[in-house]
Design a protein around this ligand. Structure first.
Ligand code: G6P
Ligand code: MG
Length: 219
């Protein structure tokens, strides 16, 4: 029997809105203050990685040793910078194609989930005025293992009440695509084919996402 597409699970940062660039700006500001080299290339490895995990990766290039308490304080500092940058987000900051995809999915009665490990995810989705589209938003505070672990995508499928094989996940980060594939779902990558090699298909943006084509190809 053919499997059926019952849910699409979205990552947030870099998929629905360009907050990935604000995360970068926040980490860059912190790294500069600590005199640690950090650039967009190094940032690519941080995409989809939770806050402490990201800091630990940045500190790999530092000569200093930081205690856990000091690291918590650095995470808080980066988060304050990030919150400053996202203050002015509105529905105008939705990336191209997002609105149409959400409307298409609702029309087709396909469930919509959010799988972001960002503890700021709910507030960003609220600012974007798209909360009502979601049937389930995974709570990043309750996720024990960040991406590339599949936990958040599996939790989301469970929350939506659908089987893993009935889901399609959408991600802009390599770690996120790995998480989707490890969960056993079809993975759509948004961005660079060279970086998102594990994805079943890579699109430049959600503007190129056609739900009928996805169903035909994968379900
Ligand atoms: C997403 C982003 C990461 C970010 C993480 C944690 O996965 O892609 O860049 O570090 O969320 O975000 P938070 O808002 O909790 O610091
Ligand atoms: Mg992302």
């Amino acid at each position: 029997m053919r499997k059926k597409l019952k849910a699409v699970i979205f990552d947030l940062d870099g998929v629905l809105t360009d907050t990935a660039s604000y995360h970068y700006k926040g980490w860059k500001r912190l790294a500069d203050e600590l005199n640690i080299p950090f650039d967009e290339k190094a940032n690519e490895n941080l995409k989809g990685i939770d806050r402490m995990g990201s800091l630990n990766k940045i500190l790999e290039s530092s000569k200093c040793i930081y205690s856990y308490e000091e690291k918590l304080a650095l995470c808080d500092k980066k988060n304050r910078y990030y919150q400053e940058y996202i203050k002015g987000i509105t529905e105008k900051d939705l990336l191209i194609g997002v609105n149409k995809v959400l409307i298409d999915l609702k029309e087709k009665e396909i469930k919509i989930g959010l799988a972001s490990v960002s503890k700021n995810a709910f507030s960003v989705v609220e600012k974007l005025m798209i909360v009502d589209y979601f049937d389930y938003i995974a709570d990043a505070n309750k996720i024990l293992k960040g991406k590339p672990d599949p936990e958040i995508f599996m939790t989301c499928a469970e929350g939506l009440g659908v089987k893993i094989e009935e889901c399609l996940g959408i991600e802009d980060a390599a770690a996120g695509v790995t998480a989707i594939k490890r969960a056993g779902m079809i993975a759509v990558g948004i961005g660079n084919k060279g970086i998102l090699q594990e994805a079943d298909v890579v699109l430049e943006s959600l503007e190129a996402f056609d739900i009928n084509e996805m169903i035909e190809r994968f379900f």
